[in-house]
Design a protein around this ligand. Sequence first.
Ligand code: NDP
Ligand code: 7N6
Length: 304
Amino acid sequence: MPTRVAIHSSVGRIFPPERLQSLLSAFDVDVTDDVDGYDGVVSFGHEPEFLEAGVEWIHVVRAGYDEFPLDALRERGIRLTNSNGIHGDSVGETALGFMLQFARRLHRYRSNQTEGIWDPPAWDETFTLDGESVCVVGLGTLGLGIARRADALGMDVTGVRRTPTPVEHVAEVYTSDRLRAAISDARFVALTVPLTDATAGLVGAEELDAMREDAYLVNVARGGVVDQSALVDALDSGSIAGAGLDVFEEEPLPSDSPLWEMENVVVTPHAAAATVDYADRIAALVEENIRRREAGESLTNLVV
Ligand code: NDP
Ligand code: 7N6
């Protein structure tokens, strides 16, 4: 029996669901939120009805799956696959973009431009990334995408993961129990870990205090990895120099958040991974898993 797949309208938060349907037109695929009777569903996030609809397989169009009820899925024998592996280039470029902006002050000139202000930097305000250091916390797809680019620009790259296995482009790998030591000497700290029980609030007041006063935090992981109020305090008091933030404890970032007003903060709307070929990459993953399911093989990017 051919696999019947529902594309949930929630994927429209990233690309038109019909685009994915047309990329998968060789298969039995519909855009619908009524997933009853389908073998699989492709979705942006979890919907409670997935648990009761009889689907065997959910594919999440993101790498992060922190909102999914993994135990409930296991109990019902529903498999979850994610989109890990497709975000290294897009997020790598966004993270380096944050760093380049801060080093070259591009964010300041852009703000001045809106007012027609010509204000060159102080002699000691700008720097080059070449020769600066970055600590990448999490060395998977995102982390490697950042490390590779930082290395190419002449940066000293260190990183943090749970296992000390060496990683290409990373001169020194620290284990997570040495996080503070790892970040204390870095000009940039880039967060690329999944949100889990172990990483919730990983960067709090003590970690921010351990960072250099001229250091910048880049968060392209999940808002919950950082204690956001401690971050606001650290930015306010000047205990770190600035932050490039793609993700927040609450999204969209509420209009009364002090982060909006801070000159040393660049806010992006959870868009670090956005790219025109996103749907193509999802289609390739879904197609591969339809093929595997029909061949009785184990699925790729299997979470549970
Ligand atoms: P990967 O699974 O490829 O990499 C995760 C890395 O984190 C691994 O190197 C893992 O290494 C490390 N890690 C896991 N737990 C810990 C821990 N407790 N302490 C230190 N390191 C840890 O995932 P991706 O790189 O694809 O994505 C990471 C996360 O980033 C996603 O889960 C998602 O939340 C977010 N994301 C955000 C995007 C955006 O648009 N802003 C886009 C894509 C992802 P080890 O196993 O050795 O510990
Ligand atoms: C969609 C980004 C992920 O976890 O947060 C990202 O993959 C989704 C553009």
